[in-house]
Ligand binder design. Structure first.
Ligand code: HSE
Length: 434
């Protein structure tokens, strides 16, 4: 039986579109194996399609067009990825595709939040729409709220959903002016073309609207969501909150749901002081996080990169894969009785190490420890010898190393423990290398 082929088109070859094409092409063999069907890039569309296709080295068999509408009449196309951005061109493409029975993946929070009713109406013939990338970049929050938690009552969602404002708030804590921090965010490429959309909280409100639709199926116009941004905040507020209140400001998009009758939604976007010990205070720079309070699941925290080409393309291609799997229905994917994974040898595993030793407090002992590590090519990152007071015979010594292979470290440790002035009592920890 010939293998089924799932054909995908990518509309929009900006930063996200290009990364989506690159990822689709690079990972197609692995994704196809998992699907039990070919996953092929069939068409691309962009105003500068010839130039972009050349830069991406796309083969001649990929259909190239400058007109998004041309994708709608392309025979055999299964999934259209909309990463054009903006509102009206994107609406025409997505509504046309869904109404014509094509399945769509979009990263477009503006389109979803402003045209939700039109998109739902266009889906009446059963076409599917996935949009993980529209909220929180690579964080799988849409699927979690819409599918994984479907047996729960989600009572509240609190999200840091805008990387630009979180970047500004946390860089101001580090001593930058808000203006300099915004310039950095623009240079890094995740601020909106018009950064007022970020600063005013509107970008967050659009994402809150999308999450509300996922949770309730109903439309919450983002322009109705009470919204205040971070424009009024100064460095003095950030410093005072930290020093006097033990808190840090974060721009939170919040949803609270009352399930006692028809679901009622409370939604707002507001700069909010969170205790420094709260997990949301640890979310820094352009990272996003979503705290979900669900019954009976409890409190769940999702955290990760909320913007940028790689994280967004990751969510888009993930959606393409999930759609393809749904379309294939009963097709048999890669055999579940796969061969066991090849395990890499433990001695080759590289990590920085922490080593606590008890050593006789006499000249030359530390030099011998350092020699034992040096002989195995292991570099010391730091040495600490906490003072025990008085003239104790034994001293505690803590060493940390630069990344080293486990096997070499174990050999060096065996040498160290043979030094007569070193007690056999010791502790070894690996350190997270991040
Ligand atoms: N401007 C947005 C942000 C991009 O800063 O998070 C991702 O939606």
């Amino acid at each position: 039986m010939p293998q089924r082929n799932i054909r995908v088109a990518v509309a929009g070859l900006g930063v996200v579109g290009r990364e989506t094409v690159r990822l689709l092409q690079e990972r197609a063999p692995r994704l196809s194996r998992r699907l039990g069907a070919e996953l092929t890039l069939d068409a691309v569309c962009d105003r500068q399609v010839a130039r972009e296709a050349r830069a991406l080295k796309l083969p001649g068999c990929v259909f190239k067009t400058r007109d998004p509408q041309a994708l709608l009449s392309r025979p055999g196309l299964d999934v259209i990825v909309e990463v054009l951005g903006g509102l009206e061109d994107a609406r025409r493409l997505v509504v046309g595709a869904l109404a014509g029975g094509r399945h769509v993946v979009t990263a477009n929070k503006l389109l979803l939040s402003r045209r939700w009713p039109a998109l739902q109406a266009a889906r009446r013939h059963g076409a599917r729409l996935r949009f993980e990338a529209a909220v929180g970049g690579a964080i799988p929050i849409v699927q979690s709220l819409g599918e994984s938690l479907c047996a729960d009552r989600v009572e509240a969602v609190y999200g840091i959903l805008n990387g630009t404002t979180n970047y500004i708030l946390t860089r101001v804590e580090e001593g930058l002016t808000p203006e300099a921090a915004l310039s950095e965010a623009q240079a890094l490429g995740f601020a909106e073309k018009d950064p007022r959309l970020d600063l005013s909280g509107q970008d967050t409100a659009q994402k809150v609207s999308v999450l509300a639709a996922v949770l309730t199926g109903a439309w919450l116009d983002p322009r109705r969501i009470p919204c205040r941004g971070i424009e009024g905040l100064g460095a003095e507020d950030v410093a005072f909150a930290r020093e006097e209140l033990g808190r840090a400001p974060r721009l939170l998009g919040a949803l609270r749901l009352d399930w006692s009758g028809d679901p009622r939604v409370e939604a707002h976007v507001f700069p909010t002081l969170v205790p420094l010990s709260h997990p949301l205070a640890a979310v820094r720079r352009q990272r996003n996080a979503v705290l979900v309070r669900a019954d009976p699941a409890g409190d769940l925290l999702f955290e990760g990169p909320g913007a940028g080409a790689g994280p967004t393309a990751s969510a888009v291609v993930g959606d393409v894969f999930l759609l393809a799997r749904e379309l294939l229905g009963a097709a048999s994917p890669e055999s579940p009785a796969a061969a066991p994974a090849e395990l890499a040898p433990a001695e080759d595993s590289v990590s920085p190490f922490y080593l606590r030793l008890r050593a006789m407090d006499r000249p030359g002992v530390l030099a011998r420890v350092a020699q034992a590590l040096g002989r195995r090519g292991i570099s010391i990152a730091s040495i600490h010898q906490p003072q025990s007071g008085g003239r104790a015979l034994w001293a505690q010594v803590v060493l940390t190393t630069h990344p080293a292979a486990q096997g070499r470290f174990d050999d060096a440790l065996a040498d160290i423990l043979r030094i007569p002035s070193i007690s056999p009592r010791h502790a070894v920890l690996r350190m997270l290398d991040a």
